[in-house]
Ligand binder design. Structure first.
Ligand code: ASP
Length: 329
């Protein structure tokens, strides 16, 4: 389901997501739902203020994602999901629509805010992507904060891992043993989570940022779409800024974020047409469950997903935040 917010006037705007998946009213307490909505609203309100005072798209996107990483409700930074061997491997990326400069890190375990590391890679490394311990060493050289690898964990995420592993064992008894032995995701629909932001600033520039702990019970070393530019994150002033969430392997295969831009820039589609095409027609055939948020050069916003829900919201400079969780809102 989608929500599209077209406008006649170019405007500064920020949209966020906190992950898509099986998010239903009957599986969430009122209290939990209120905490998600409140967290999104606070971060959106801060972004709206930054946009009003003329901050650059990249600054607003990175700060929004950094704050989502700090919030343990979301699967990025603190509160990241566990790998099959009970660790955390974090991925993040950023892209600046002005010149398509970009940065990404994958498989980091000790950098408190992976999105800041991605930005540092873009700004100071001369490369686009660094991985693992070398990415961490670079981040620390750049003065970023180091935490213990266990810092990211929470009891809720550990319980989620145990549940995923128990269901994996169930499948060993059934007929999907290979996947279970490999520690692969079992119920794809319940284990999403990633955070992202897309921004169009007052100067008309676009930026996108995405950060994730990946998928619960993932194989160590597995990297999804979130740090892959063109898959989970993309920004180009000529078309759109996009941040995705969902089954990463499929989003990589569909080049999902870039596809939205290509359908607009080369295919002549509007933002809503291009984004709907990717979420509802391009992703499902390759097993892509999830959604994306996007903003175009005029400040039109699109937030949509093919799952039951997606934590999401948007705000324009000087406006009030709008947030959503379920499909029917
Ligand atoms: N796309 C992320 C990944 O595959 C997970 C998610 O969005 O939930 O790592």
């Amino acid at each position: 389901m989608t929500a599209s917010f077209p406008t006649a006037l170019p405007r500064p705007v920020l949209a966020l997501h906190g992950g898509a998946g099986t998010i239903r009213r009957d599986s969430m307490s009122a209290e939990m739902e209120a905490s998600y909505r409140a967290a999104l609203k606070v971060i959106l309100a801060d972004g709206a203020e930054r946009l009003s005072r003329g901050d650059a798209a990249m600054d607003v996107a990175v700060e929004a994602v950094r704050r989502l990483e700090e919030c343990e409700l979301f699967n990025a930074g603190k509160g990241a999901v566990y790998t099959a061997d009970e660790r955390h491997e974090l991925d993040a990326s950023v892209m600046d629509g002005r010149d398509r400069s970009a940065g990404a890190v994958a498989g980091v375990t000790r950098v408190r805010n992976p999105v800041l590391a991605a930005r540092a890679v873009m700004a100071h490394s001369g490369h686009v992507m660094l991985i693992g311990p070398a990415a961490e060493a670079f981040a620390f050289e750049q003065g970023l904060e180091r935490v213990e690898p266990t810092w990211f964990g929470t009891p809720q995420r550990l319980a989620q891992l145990r549940k995923a592993q128990a269901s994996a064992m169930g499948q060993v008894l059934d007929h999907d043993g290979q996947q279970a032995v490999a520690g692969g995701p079992i119920d794809e629909k319940t284990k999403f989570g990633t955070v992202g932001a897309v921004v169009r600033d007052a100067a008309g520039h676009l930026a996108a940022a995405t950060s994730t702990g990946g998928m619960t019970n993932k194989r160590p070393g597995r990297v999804g779409d979130s740090p892959i530019l063109g898959a989970g994150c993309y920004a180009d002033d000529r078309s759109v800024a996009v941040s995705c969430t969902g089954t990463g392997e499929a989003f990589i295969r569909a080049a999902a974020a870039h596809e939205v831009g290509a359908l607009m820039r080369i295919g002549g589609m509007s933002l809503a047409e291009a984004a709907s095409r990717v979420v509802f027609e391009e992703l499902p055939p390759v097993g892509g469950d999830g959604g994306l948020i996007a903003v175009d050069a005029l400040g039109n916003v699109w937030l949509g997903f093919n799952t039951e829900g997606m934590y999401r919201g948007w705000v324009e400079a000087g406006g009030a935040p709008v947030v959503g969780v379920y499909r029917d809102e």
